[in-house]
Design a protein around this ligand. Structure first.
Ligand code: G4P
Ligand code: NA
Ligand code: NA
Length: 193
């Protein structure tokens, strides 16, 4: 097990409905020493890949993205979730459906901050069905920019997102992939990488 898998086993809680609660260290209370290790690991996994911007989505991707950005020495852009229907023209927009929250959001990024010269690393805390990620990819593509890679902290390997994104040919690195988890026993099985 790597450092993250060990922490998930120690402090993660498997809930009914295939939800993994990691809010004591990842997405409510945040362990910044752990975040530093996560940032270093992303840096290793994308060594040699040109990256000049990191893109994430609010809210819980932002902390991870900022710490990772210290390693890459690049700015972070976070896509904003917006319920408004009339969005003015100077933004890239993608429609994102949340299976967990059963709602649709538009996510937006100002056109000022993405352009065709950019090599963008997309970062997020969770990958489940991949809707959020596909929205971010579509925003990068709309800008004519390059998706240099995708870094995920925890992928739920039993949901469809990871396979879809890999089949599209993207360089996706997930620091922990949960292939099975059981709310009754608390058991978590990680994919060998
Ligand atoms: P998808 O984007 O991969 O399709 O994910 P989905 O709609 O299924 O998930 C909706 C939200 O729930 C996302 O956060 C996602 O990160 C989070 N999520 C999915 N599965 C889990 C899980 O097992 N545990 C935890 N803790 N979170 C999970 P979001 O709506 O973007 O909200 P935010 O928290 O970033 O603001
Ligand atoms: Na989340
Ligand atoms: Na997120």
């Amino acid at each position: 097990m790597n450092f993250l898998e060990e922490r998930i086993v120690k402090d993660g809680i498997v809930k009914e409905g295939n939800v993994l609660k990691v809010d004591s260290f990842l997405n409510h209370q945040m362990d910044i020493r752990l975040f530093d290790q996560i940032g270093e690991e992303f840096k290793k996994r994308f060594e040699g890949t040109p990256i000049n911007k990191i893109l994430t989505i609010e809210a819980s991707g932002i902390g991870i993205a900022c710490v990772a950005a210290r390693q890459f020495d690049v700015p972070v852009i976070f896509a904003k979730k917006s319920k408004s229907i009339n969005i003015e023209g100077e933004v890239y927009v993608a429609e994102v459906e949340s299976f967990t929250h059963k709602c649709k959001n538009q996510v937006i990024v100002s056109k000022k901050f993405l352009n065709p010269d950019d090599n963008v690393l997309i970062i997020d805390d969770f990958l489940a069905n991949g809707c959020a990620l596909q929205g971010l990819i579509s925003i990068v593509t709309s800008a004519g920019a390059n998706v240099a890679g995708i870094g995920i902290v925890i992928e739920k390997g039993f949901q469809t997102g990871g396979q879809i994104i890999r089949n599209l040919g993207y360089h996706l690195e997930s620091l922990a992939i949960v292939d099975e988890m059981d709310a009754a026993t608390g058991n978590i099985i990680f994919r060998e990488q």
